[in-house]
Design a protein around this ligand. Sequence first.
Ligand SMILES: [Zn+2]
Length: 159
Amino acid sequence: MEEKKFPIYKYWATWKQDDLDYNNGFSSSIMFKEYKTEDELNKLLQEIIQKNAYEKYTDKNPVLIDSGIEFKEEESWCLRWFNHYTYNLFKTDEEVKKSFNEFIERKIKQNWENGHYQTERKEGNSNPFYCFMGAEDRWRWNICRCEHCQEVGKITIDH
Ligand SMILES: [Zn+2]
């Protein structure tokens, strides 16, 4: 099958709040079917901050310190919290796993090339490192078939 790569953006925010003596925050990534404009991205970021900081900790007086959203890469799978998802359409579970396997192999190779698995180059290595959150262990893979995934037309592999 024809496999597509989709634009993936990373976004983050940190803030102070009354009940913590350290900064609270989040960082994650998101895949879209199409590229987004700067305005669309900023609007989305504001909505995420509104929901996950201002509304969630409304009685803790959150004060934003830093936030941003930027293009990360075009890829076939996008990392979330211990899962990856894609908008690619597959006919069988075998196709799903084959695609995900190729993606993992590609990222492992990238990490090697960036010097992350050679112990002597580990320290102070500022090259991009792809974090798998367990996805490199194939026995963890579990294809999600929940309503939410079906509703938005994505395929998720939990790991
Ligand atoms: Zn799901």
